[in-house]
Design a protein around this ligand. Sequence first.
Ligand code: 13P
Ligand code: ZN
Length: 274
Amino acid sequence: MKVLDAEFVQGFIRMADDGWKQGWHERNGGNLSYRIKEQEAESVKENFEPKEWQPIGTSVPKLAREYFLVTGSGKYFRNVSIKPEDSVCIIELDDKGENYRIAWGLVNGGRPTSELPSHLMNHEVKMEASGGKHRVIYHAHTTNTIALTFVLPLEDKVFTRELWEMATECPVVFPDGIGVVPWMVPGGRDIAVATSELMKKYDAAIWAHHGMFASGEDFDLTFGLMHTVEKSAEILVKMLSMRPDKLQTITPQNFRDLAVDFHVTLPEEFLYEK
Ligand code: 13P
Ligand code: ZN
């Protein structure tokens, strides 16, 4: 089968396009990766032409020999659906999880996203935590969430609680909460370590003054999580623009009642009295 005809590739392209349409991917902003299933890799392997091995910049031994579909560094989400062979690539990891090589794509040259260390370290953590179910890691420059990192304390418990309060569906969509990474230089191992540490506990992490990372089982769930958090952030930005305080809100007891009916566990650490 041709790579572009595969369902997982079509799903990846649609998700990149959906993110572009949301306005989260100015220029080359954001990146996306998918951990390819064995039978999916098998179905398109006839097209692979492996290039040179390159260092990942970190070590992900539990992902050894796995294949990933990844956006290219400097490539525009705008172009993923228009010229996918130029914008994305399939990479293979070596048996130590320390090097990668491009097996398909990036036909005009280039390399996988500069955030590959963060993507792969998050994949490793989420694969373990989900019993192998999580396959998608998504980084976007979500406008309203970024704006909030200038006015809210950069604490997990503050972001979780404030975002939960802005839309009743939020605690059901991300019941474990959301983590916050302070401002760090992007593109390297340090920010990857900090993010993957938070991903042990959460499915989403905010990068202060930069954007967000989300993890999920498939394209719909991962995009849906990013979309839900960002929508909630937009409501909070609107609310704070009208007046600095709330006349009424969802209370800690309201959250506890919701948790019972919706069969979710909401950690008490987020239900503090203000
Ligand atoms: P890449 O073009 O290397 O993916 O970088 C974009 C980005 O958002 C960095 O954080
Ligand atoms: Zn970024």
